[in-house]
Design a protein around this ligand. Structure first.
Ligand code: NAD
Length: 334
């Protein structure tokens, strides 16, 4: 089986080169795969593709691979794959669920603490020799309310940690599974001091947090998004922040990140950027100047331990694809 691995990091190259079964013919590429990626003709007959979230597998890209049977996502989310096209063309899609529930949940709190304790400003004040305890005063997580949107594998870990900090928790999900304090979204937005987005991107959650949703939040609310950028309307968030309608935002994921996250600087002159993404980029650049905003380049998952689990699960997915008729794990789509 010939597999093309895109967006391959060094740790992945080292690990996969050593452990991949010798029945597999792997080809590793550093770059992402999307409609502007150059693909040498000799690779177009591959049996499988393996990508991370930054690749975009729409029908234009997928239709180039006439022999494609499998997609091995090295991530949980699958909003970057045209599943309808895959279903119509009998392409099996695997993801890597549960590789990093605690990993991402820990990062939610890294962001919450960094913002609420003003850690970047504190470091800056030491560098500038201008230390002012009045401007560096933070707030506590203890006894505040954490609102969790999406009580799945990661959301449940966020709730556990929130309880450890002595926080009250409000939960919102379309499926009310488990003994959590479920409320309607409006109530969560109105009552939470911290709001953590942990639902997948789909047609229902695209821009779920828009101008109207943000207008319902408390003035002291801190919004944390580690799920997918498109769940939050970037422009509405920017205006809410500069008009002090909410207190702060921490985003590990941003709209159009497949264009930005590889190289922010390069993308300043990126001619192939869609107009819509240029507009998002404008507001993201402006948000980066705000002291109450943290933006990171989709690294919540990125620990050594989680990366190894992703690769282990990917290898299992590859092996089980040989036995597909006996039932395989982690199939997003059959
Ligand atoms: P999961 O499938 O276990 O849980 C998602 C939960 O969201 C489910 O309980 C589901 O019912 C709920 N949900 C679905 N639609 C909803 C809606 N309209 N409103 C509210 N809730 C809704 O997924 P997970 O493993 O917890 O991951 C959640 C998301 O986190 C992934 O889809 C992915 O986008 C993102 N993620 C990000 C990183 C990162 O590095 N930043 C890493 C892993 C996952």
């Amino acid at each position: 089986m010939k597999i093309l691995f895109y967006d391959t990091k060094k740790i992945e190259l080292d690990y996969l080169s050593e452990k991949i079964p010798n029945t597999i013919e792997p080809y590793f590429f550093k770059n992402v795969l999307n409609s502007s990626t150059y693909i040498d003709e000799k690779y177009l007959n591959c049996d499988a593709l393996s990508v991370f979230v930054s690749s975009s597998l729409d029908s234009e890209v997928l239709s180039k691979f006439k022999n494609l049977k499998f997609i091995f996502l090295r991530c949980v989310g699958f909003s970057n794959v045209d599943l309808k096209y895959c279903k119509e063309n009998n392409i099996y899609v695997f993801n890597t669920p549960n590789y990093g529930n605690s990993t991402v949940a820990e990062y939610v709190f890294a962001l919450a603490l960094t913002l609420s304790k003003k850690i970047p400003q504190a470091k800056e004040s030491i560098i500038n020799g201008d230390i002012n305890q009045d401007t560096l005063r933070g707030v506590e997580l203890y006894s505040k309310t954490m609102g969790v949107i999406g009580v799945g594998a990661i959301g449940r870990k966020v709730i556990n940690i929130a309880h450890g900090f002595g926080m009250d928790v409000l939960a919102y999900d379309v499926i009310k599974n488990g003994a959590y304090n479920f409320v309607e979204l409006d109530e969560l937005l109105k009552k939470s001091d911290f709001i953590s987005i942990n639902c997948p991107l789909n047609e229902k959650t695209r821009n779920l947090i828009d101008k109207i949703a943000i207008s319902k939040m408390k003035r002291n609310a801190i919004l944390i998004n580690t799920a997918r950028g498109e769940i939050v309307d970037t422009q509405a968030l920017y205006y809410a922040l500069i008009e002090n309608k909410i207190k702060g935002a921490a985003l590990d994921v941003i709209e159009c990140e497949e264009y930005f996250c590889q190289s922010w600087k390069k993308c300043n002159n990126c001619t192939e950027l869609k107009d819509i993404c240029l507009k998002k980029f404008f507001f993201i650049q402006k948000m980066l100047q705000l002291p109450n905003v943290i933006i990171t380049p989709h690294i919540a998952y990125n620990t050594k331990e989680a990366q190894e689990r992703i690769l282990d699960i990917t290898l299992k997915n590859i092996s089980s694809s040989f036995n597909i008729s006996y039932g395989a794990n982690n199939l997003v789509l059959i």
